[in-house]
Design a binder for this molecule. Structure first.
Ligand SMILES: Cc1cc2nc3c(=O)[nH]c(=O)nc-3n(C[C@H](O)[C@H](O)[C@H](O)COP(=O)(O)OP(=O)(O)OC[C@H]3O[C@@H](n4cnc5c(N)ncnc54)[C@H](O)[C@@H]3O)c2cc1C
Length: 352
């Protein structure tokens, strides 16, 4: 079998890279082993335009956010599914100090952050004493429908192989690669935290980070909002289904759910929610985060047929469409990747 591109992984990165390469008229084969606990399969899909306790606007917001909105709308149209929804984040203040800090931020720059007219609106649904602020527009990507729908599309074109990719079977030639019976011009790794162990990319400053979430059934809550109080309570695509998370563990023994997170989330829910809820699942996974909090996008300096699209960290939903597009433009039109994300910044480390 001969293809232009072999892509390893069909998380959000592999999904977008295959989308843009197919749009370029290229042939792709995606190999994905369908693990159930990967970040793309357990994430809430939130695109939040601000970050941190100070509600600072996210990196490259003016470029990346409109690009993502347009990209998800287009792929949704192609697949006949809603892939993205606009939401408002209702940020309940956990302390008087946080209220003050939010007010200051809204006065400095109200592009995404503002105070509501009436802070009593959610009194039937939540316990809160210190009021709330609003972040808008935010979005949720419907990962739980988008990823299977794209997989089905790839399968229908014989462009997806559901199996574990075994690096020891890969042969790298001058301007091509071979994997068992598959011959490809290039191979691109979109395999998330696995790349941190790969012989090609283990020198990159990955900083894998574990996160957990619970899924819930809550019939009596408006899905137009994401509710935040330490954790984010987020509507999923199926009506009445919700997701609450997450934590950020830099040190962990395995990728299993922990009692500590379950206890943190259930205590919060008990003290916060006034409406009935039922817990379904406890999920956990390892984010492919990086020390500099910037993605890794490009081709290996020593192996020009081997590339990577990775390092999406906590923001895969907003970063993956734009940087997949940039990688496709590099591969097909020799256009440079944005310097802060380009793999060429690690040329020396990877050439050793
Ligand atoms: C609890 C949690 C909540 C999150 N919430 C959000 C959020 O709300 N918004 C947001 O933007 N981001 C969120 N993130 C981060 C986001 O999920 C990641 O940035 C993103 O999913 C990374 O996508 P990826 O495709 O690069 O990697 P992955 O999701 O890890 O995908 C890698 C794919 O490669 C496959 N694979 C790996 N190795 C092999 C192999 N050897 N053979 C075959 N297949 C292989 C895996 O099965 C997987 O499908 C969250 C993460 C976690 C853990």
């Amino acid at each position: 079998m001969q293809v232009d591109y072999l892509i390893i992984g069909q998380g959000i990165s592999g999904t977008w890279l295959s989308y843009y390469l197919l749009k370029e008229g290229k042939s792709v084969l995606v190999i994905d082993d369908a693990q159930t606990n990967t970040p793309s399969r357990i994430a809430a899909g939130i695109i939040n335009p601000v970050t941190g306790r100070r509600h600072v606007t996210v990196w490259m917001a003016e470029t990346i956010l409109p690009f993502a909105l347009d990209a998800y709308s287009q792929i949704g149209q192609q697949l006949g599914i809603p892939a993205i929804s606009q939401k408002t984040i209702t940020d309940f203040f956990p302390s008087a100090q946080m209220r003050l800090s939010f007010l200051q931020r809204a006065e400095e720059d109200n592009t995404y952050v503002r105070m509501p007219q009436d802070e009593s609106v959610f009194q039937e649904q939540f316990h809160y004493e210190l009021g709330y602020g609003q972040v808008m527009p935010a979005y949720t990507v419907h990962l739980e429908t988008l990823l299977p729908a794209w997989r089905k599309h790839l399968l229908s074109q014989q462009s997806l192989l559901e199996e574990k990719f075994n690096l020891s079977q890969l042969q790298i030639k001058n301007d091509a690669v071979q994997y068992n019976h598959i011959h490809a011009s290039r191979i691109i790794f979109c395999d998330g935290a696995s790349s941190a162990q790969s012989v090609y990319f283990n020198r990159l400053p990955f900083a894998p980070n574990k996160g957990e979430a619970l899924t819930l059934e809550i019939p009596d809550l408006s899905p137009n909002y994401i509710y935040k109080k330490g954790l984010m309570l987020t509507p999923l695509a199926t009506p009445g289904q919700w997701w609450i998370g997450s934590n950020y563990a830099w040190e962990f023994e395995n990728d299993e759910p922990t009692e500590a997170f379950r206890s943190q989330a259930t205590t919060l829910l008990k003290n916060w929610l006034k409406v009935p809820y039922r817990i379904h699942q406890h999920l956990s996974g390892i984010r492919p985060a990086t020390l500099e909090r910037r993605p890794f996008v490009g081709m290996h300096p020593l192996y020009p047929s081997v590339g990577i699209l990775n390092g999406m960290g906590t923001k895969g939903c907003s970063l993956a469409p734009y940087f997949a597009y940039q990688l496709a433009c590099l591969l097909e039109h020799d256009e440079p990747v944005y310097p802060e994300a380009s793999l060429s910044r690690f040329e020396r480390i990877l050439s050793r």
